[in-house]
Every structure is written in structure tokens, then in C-alpha cells.
Ligand binder design. Structure first.
Ligand code: 13P
Ligand code: SF4
Length: 312
């Protein structure tokens, strides 16, 4: 019975993929997928990547339509960087709880308290927060961005774990907002120790959105792209992975001969997983849901995103 259901699902996916190819051509569309998306979406993407690479691709594309398979703030960043394109997201309920942990009033109050400080916002923020920000960053360029800012005092929003990590690589004083990622923050020292006991040969690679005491255990610490690159280039054959489980797709594509153990079964972002292949096809069929950012917000937010893209 299970084999039958699996066969039916495969057949459905084959049909959906054919329809998708046809629609992509008709609409002149490009599909961008974050590494945390379901495999069935990563399989059909024109580009898979982390937040930074996907923002770059959105800014550079000639396509008329961008289907952003990720969470809402990523779609917003694409729309801000490519204001004349139509940006679709397969399911508009794909939000990011961390991005929702910082609000404009709170940030303005903090700015008033520290008038000399510049604001650096993780890309995991709303367009309204980006509009209040001097420069954005992602986990792959956070240290470079912080060190590029012309101020000794920096308001950092919203991820306290990434803030704690970055603080170790700069003499600047970070004033850190208390947000966090519900998914990465669940990983504990005990989880890692248990996995290390089970897989003593494995190397532990970890995303800096995890808690500081967990990040400290990492043999390698880096963004999603950093982790994928490290595992591909490493001579090690076995890894314990401390980031969202969708990353497994690219890890297996790049290194089919290596073993990847996710550090817990809780490393799944439910928000990323609300998108699926069926909704992706429907979005291109109906040209909905579209991402909308009010132009006066987009214009201010664009400056902080573009400054980030210029940091080498
Ligand atoms: P990166 O894509 O920068 O690795 O960020 C991880 C993340 O949590 C995205 O939501
Ligand atoms: Fe937000 Fe964390 Fe999910 Fe990324 S993994 S979208 S930071 S909740």
C-alpha cells in the first residue's frame, strides 16, 4: 500500500514538474530556492542558495517573474532589490518568527538611546526594519559587514546568537537585540554530546544562529553555504550537522559518498516547509500570492540591502 502511494506521489510530481517547465517559459520566470526548502522544490530551482546568494540572484536576474521559495522576508528582499519584477511566494504564510521579534517602535527607542550607534540588521527582518537600518547582512558576511561600518557602536538586530558570535570578531561594541531562531536555538549541548558519542569519527559543523554554548563546540562554524562548502572540501567522511535539515539536499548532491547526521530531529523550520511543489506550480499559474512592499519603505530599505551587496 505504501509503495503504491509513493508511486502515485512520484507520478503527481512528474506531472507538476512538466507543468512548471511550461509555465516558467510562458511567464519568463526564475525559481530561487533557499537550502531549507523541501527537496521537491530544491530539485526544480534555477538557483539554490543561502540568503545572500539568493538576494544577489534576485538583484541580477533578467526574468520578469521571480518565484521566491523561502520565507517572507526573503521574498521582500527580492522585491526591494528588483522593484519592477513580479515576486511570487508559494505560500504567503511562510514567515520567520525571528524576523517578527523586532518591531519599528522598539528599534526607534533603542536608536534614541544610542544616538551615535549605526544599525546593522540581519537580513531576517521585515522591510520596515530594513528601512530603519544603515546596512543589512546575512550569516555569510556578518563579520565583514560589521567591520565595514564607520562607527564603534553598533545596534544589532534581531539575532542574539549570531550577535554573540560576531562580537568575538570585532572590537566594536554591539548592542544586541534579544531575538533568536526558534529552530536553531533548540539545539542543546547535550544533543551534540549524544551525537558525538554515537558518531565519534564525525566532524561537527554548526550555524551561528545556534546558542553560543553549542556554537563553541563546532569544529566548523558558518552560514549554510559555508557549511556546505566546508563539508564538500573536507577530507572527513562523516559530519554532525547543526543547521536546518533541508541543507541535507545540497550536502548529498555535493558529497554523495559522505555521511551526514543531523544533530537532532528538531532542526526543521516549519515555516520554510509550508511551501511545496504543488503550491509553487499554483503560484505561477495564478500569479498569486505576490509580494508587495510599499514604495516609500522599499526605497529606504533598498539602500541598506545595496550597501550590503557592495561589501567585499
Ligand atoms: P543563511 O541562509 O544565511 O545561512 O541563514 C539561515 C537562515 O536561518 C535563513 O532563514
Ligand atoms: Fe527564521 Fe529560523 Fe526559519 Fe530561518 S530557520 S526562517 S531564521 S525561523
Amino acid at each position: 500500500m505504501e509503495a503504491l502511494a509513493l508511486e502515485r506521489k512520484k507520478e503527481q510530481n512528474r506531472e507538476l514538474k512538466e507543468r512548471l517547465l511550461q509555465l516558467k517559459k510562458e511567464r519568463n520566470a526564475i525559481i530561487l530556492a533557499h537550502y531549507y526548502q523541501r527537496d521537491e522544490i530544491q530539485e526544480v530551482a534555477d538557483f539554490r542558495g543561502d540568503s545572500f546568494l539568493l538576494a544577489q540572484k534576485a538583484a541580477q536576474t533578467d526574468a520578469d517573474v521571480i518565484v521566491f521559495c523561502g520565507v517572507h522576508f526573503m521574498g521582500e528582499s527580492a522585491k526591494i532589490l528588483a522593484p519592477n519584477k513580479t515576486v511570487l511566494i508559494p505560500d504567503e504564510r511562510a514567515g520567520c518568527p525571528m524576523a517578527d521579534m523586532v518591531n519599528v517602535d522598539g528599534l526607534r527607542a533603542l536608536k534614541a538611546k544610542h544616538p551615535k550607534a549605526k544599525v546593522v540588521a540581519y537580513i531576517n527582518t521585515s522591510a520596515e526594519i530594513k528601512a530603519e537600518t544603515d546596512i543589512c547582512c546575512t550569516s555569510s558576511n556578518a563579520i565583514k559587514v560589521i567591520n565595514s561600518v564607520d562607527s564603534d557602536e553598533i545596534i544589532w538586530v534581531p539575532d542574539k546568537n549570531l550577535g554573540d558570535y560576531v562580537q568575538k570578531f570585532t572590537d566594536k561594541k554591539l548592542i544586541i537585540w534579544e531575538g533568536y531562531c526558534n529552530t536553531h536555538d533548540q539545539l542543546t549541548v547535550r544533543d551534540v554530546e549524544e551525537m558525538r558519542a554515537k558518531h565519534p569519527e564525525a566532524v561537527f559543523v554548526v550555524h551561528p544562529e545556534c546558542r553560543p554554548e553549542v556554537v563553541k563546540l563546532g569544529d566548523y562554524v558558518g552560514s549554510t553555504t559555508g557549511i556546505i562548502k566546508y563539508c564538500r572540501e573536507s577530507s572527513a567522511k562523516e559530519f554532525i550537522v547543526g543547521t536546518e535539515d533541508g541543507t541535507g539536499y545540497q550536502l548529498r548532491v555535493d558529497s554523495p559518498d559522505k555521511k551526514f547526521h543531523f544533530a537532532t530531529k528538531y532542526l526543521v523550520c516549519p515555516n520554510m516547509k509550508v511551501n511545496n511543489l504543488k503550491k509553487l506550480v499554483k503560484a505561477l499559474e495564478t500569479m498569486q500570492p505576490q509580494i508587495y512592499v510599499p514604495p516609500y519603505v522599499a526605497d529606504q530599505a533598498r539602500a541598506s540591502l545595496e550597501r550590503m551587496l557592495l561589501v567585499q
